[in-house]
Design a protein around this ligand. Sequence first.
Ligand SMILES: Cc1cc2nc3c(=O)[nH]c(=O)nc-3n(C[C@H](O)[C@H](O)[C@H](O)COP(=O)(O)O)c2cc1C
Length: 394
Amino acid sequence: MLLGITGGIAAYKSPLLLRRLQDAGAEVDVIATPAALEFVTPLTLATLSGRPVRSEIFNLRGDGGIAHTSYTAEADITVVAPASADFIGRLAGGLADQLLLTALMASHMPVVLAPSMNVEMWDSPLFQRNLALLRSLPRYRILEPGAGYLACRVEGKGRMPEPESIVKQVIAALTPQDLAGRRIVVTAGPTRERFDPVRFFSNRSTGLMGYALAEAAVQRGADVTLISGPTSLAAPEGLNLVRVESTTDLLAAVLAQTGSAHAIVMAAAPADYRPRAYSDEKLKKTADGLTLELAPNPDILRTLAEQRPHLFRIGFAAETQDFEKNAADKAVRKALDLIFVNDVGDRARGTGFEVDTNGGWLLDGAGVRVREIPVRPKRIVAHILLDELVRRLG
Ligand SMILES: Cc1cc2nc3c(=O)[nH]c(=O)nc-3n(C[C@H](O)[C@H](O)[C@H](O)COP(=O)(O)O)c2cc1C
């Protein structure tokens, strides 16, 4: 992708935006206007992007390519952040006297603009006219600036959105909305089973896989409900978050939320057992030790198979051996439509609990392998699983 930077004070955030875009998997080329380079140095931008930073029209690329046409041939999207009032005016006016303007004019890729300026400039009728013109063209997506304390020491509208928020909008602009109109429920995280006011038992699930699935489904346009056990993860934006604690709570929430849903992805790791008794008083430490008797928890997948037979159901299997065989048995036993199995026994493989990556095998409801999923960041694995869901929902 192309990151355009123009001469606004918010250019001080552009190197961080560059980093966040790379974190999200983008390869980023930078074109900065000469004014932008008054605010942020080419050295910083070139070091972070690992590529030369372009600013001038009348410079050929090192390989002899012509910058304003060859850059854009390689990019899927451009983000201009910050986009100055001046740049918005030139762009809306069809001018091409800067490298960034010529690069955009010589291509058709979508352009995300993050205008950022002093509030008086923002309110100026000429600026608003230029912005309205760009807004009317489907190619341009305008990010609303935030309101607050501006660099010019006044309060008002004009602040560039934070890099994380820009990254989200870029991803949304690039992601096919193939789950639009679908209601998807995702469960995530461990459950806690209490046995006195201060103690519980739980498991190693962090919720990372379920949260990645929920966020990926939001990006693809789904109406998402995320039912989460206790995790330390921040609440994702753009979805309905329901927090639960025990497996019994999880079952109740799943039944309450799936009445009109199209699919459920059960990435949570509910405890199979709960203590048979709960003590209202904290249990005292004794020299004899403590014996806890465990009762089986309700089986959420089986209950769904009985009570929500038309819901598309994706299950997860966390296994330490005989991965595909165990998962195939589980798929059939629990009447799942798809099951993803991963190895949770060996952290070094980069799959399973407490790591940012995952990988394993995806099987269908009959236990037949659909595909192997190589070890990738969980957000990528999430999209691979949703690709299969989209195919099967039709
Ligand atoms: C300290 C300083 C801060 C500025 N901040 C902004 C800003 O936040 N937004 C803006 O539109 N212009 C801002 N300007 C004005 C632009 O730098 C000026 O309009 C310039 O011509 C923009 O060039 P460009 O659009 O080619 O990058 C600022 C100027 C200075 C000196």
